[in-house]
Design a protein around this ligand. Structure first.
Ligand SMILES: Cc1cc2nc3c(=O)[nH]c(=O)nc-3n(C[C@H](O)[C@H](O)[C@H](O)COP(=O)(O)OP(=O)(O)OC[C@H]3O[C@@H](n4cnc5c(N)ncnc54)[C@H](O)[C@@H]3O)c2cc1C
Length: 417
């Protein structure tokens, strides 16, 4: 802990939500004389927004990458103000570009129609208030079910049997997706510049028995009048932070909001012209345990593999050799075995094994769509919760995390007035 061991508002976690909460406080404190501090367990800010430089010619986003709903995403204005270039070209998955994994163009069209019909049935069920597994709405006769499930692992981090119909329906997005060539994680980190953040400061216990709340960390104890907690729900669930007295309602909500898993594999590609710029291919079309590959994103000489759900969990256990072997086999089947020698592994993520994240983005369990609102509920008018999992309709995203952080900061500030 630094020279101050007492603040009005303590923020736990310096991901998109915690940083946004801090920025909101800094922008709205005026002459109120309210002090705050952000405590972050890692030795960097950004959380699941993490841009890594130095592994390839261009920076790599290990976590969030796409400015989803870009036409209304508040990070766009933040990027413009900070001088970050924005790439506005359409996302590869939004175009019906050739996908080498399909036997014919008709197959690709049939798959897209089956996938759309499936999610329409899911949303129709949700509209009647049903909160059940999305897999209940699968057409048992469709040959495309394995690939539809693979798509769910990339979008939701879980297979459809772990997707809540109601939660999925509540997710609100526009079809506009942009990118930041310098990295989304870099932008989130830039948004933290100048804020009072203490790194390497894991909060182990929040004692709220007295009139002052005590946050116990390895670096000492910080006393605060209000706390905004932004850690991912599984971190709460495994006791990453212990509350005294316990918060059974908060923990019950967190139990309904596990993080789904999505991992990335970055491959350098020698003589990249053998694959199209901004191409998008599925590893194959007849299985769920496959990767999706973004070819030469932004024209760069790399392939970015995306793995979700169960297969990502399994590959994480095997580390880079497992990711690389899986991807090389699928890419060789699509582009010919010569491609093997041209691929060089750069990095693979392991978000489920990361104890400060325990996954990639939240997916409410079937029957638990309302857990987001329950997790967001302040305790005792003094402990506030933010983070993507608490966002009512833009959860799973960096901008949903940002909006939740702003909301929690406003509530914490108002409670002090
Ligand atoms: C592979 C991947 C791809 C993604 N792609 C996209 C995308 O394209 N677009 C998009 O919008 N979103 C994407 N996301 C999701 C997005 O990154 C997250 O929704 C968002 O970053 C979450 O922000 P947060 O502040 O809620 O949580 P986090 O970023 O997890 O922040 C929580 C912080 O709390 C810290 N912490 C944990 N425990 C403690 C403790 N005990 N004490 C103190 N600090 C603690 C953590 O270290 C972390 O920094 C992706 C995520 C992943 C993993």
């Amino acid at each position: 802990m630094d020279n101050r061991n007492e603040v009005d508002i303590a923020i736990v976690g310096a991901g998109a939500a915690g940083i946004a909460a801090g920025r909101q406080l800094a922008d709205n404190l005026g002459d109120k004389g309210v002090s705050f501090r952000i405590l972050e367990a890692r030795d960097r800010v950004g959380g699941r927004g993490w841009t890594v430089a130095g592994l390839a010619a261009d920076p790599l986003d290990f976590g969030c990458h796409w400015l989803h709903s870009a036409d209304r995403n508040p990070f766009v204005a933040i990027a413009e103000a900070a001088g970050f270039a924005i790439d506005r070209s359409p996302a590869p998955w939004s175009r019906l570009a050739g996908n080498a994994a399909f036997a014919t163009a008709e197959d690709q069209t049939a798959f897209r129609a089956a996938r759309e019909a499936f999610w329409e049935r899911v949303h129709a069920a949700a509209e009647t208030g049903e909160d059940r597994p999305a897999s209940d709405l699968a057409d048992p006769a469709s040959p495309w079910n394995p690939l539809i499930a693979a798509g769910s692992t990339w979008a939701n981090g879980v297979e459809p049997d772990r997707v809540s119909t109601l939660d999925h329906w509540r997710y609100d997005e526009t079809p506009v997706n942009w990118r930041l060539p310098a990295g989304y994680g870099a932008l989130i980190a830039a948004h933290a510049e100048g804020l009072p953040v203490t790194l390497g400061c894991a909060v182990a216990r929040i004692d709220h028995r007295g009139t002052t709340i005590r946050l116990e960390t390895a670096a000492g104890t910080l006393r605060a009048r209000r706390v905004i907690v932004t850690v991912p729900p599984p971190v709460l669930l495994v006791g990453g932070i212990v509350f005294d007295p316990a918060l059974p309602g908060t923990l019950a909500a967190a139990a309904g909001l596990p993080l789904g898993l999505a991992d990335k594999l970055f491959l350098a590609l020698d003589r990249p012209e053998i694959v199209p710029v901004e191409g998008q291919v599925y590893g194959r079309t007849d299985r769920t345990a496959i990767g999706a590959y973004h070819l030469r994103p932004l024209g760069r000489p790399i392939i970015e593999g995306y793995f979700g759900g169960m297969v990502a969990r399994e590959l994480e256990r095997g580390g880079m050799p497992a990711f690389f072997a899986h991807a090389a086999d699928e890419l060789a089947a699509l582009f010919g075995s010569d491609i093997r020698a041209r691929l060089r592994p750069l990095a693979a993520t392991a978000w489920a094994l990361d104890p400060r994240a325990l996954g990639s983005y939240s997916a409410a369990l079937p029957g638990f769509a309302d857990a987001r609102a329950r997790l967001a509920r302040p305790v005792d008018g003094r402990i506030f919760f933010a983070g993507e999992a608490t966002a009512p309709d833009q959860f799973s995203t960096a901008h949903g995390a940002l909006l939740s952080g702003r909301t929690a900061a406003d509530a914490a500030l108002a409670s002090l007035a």
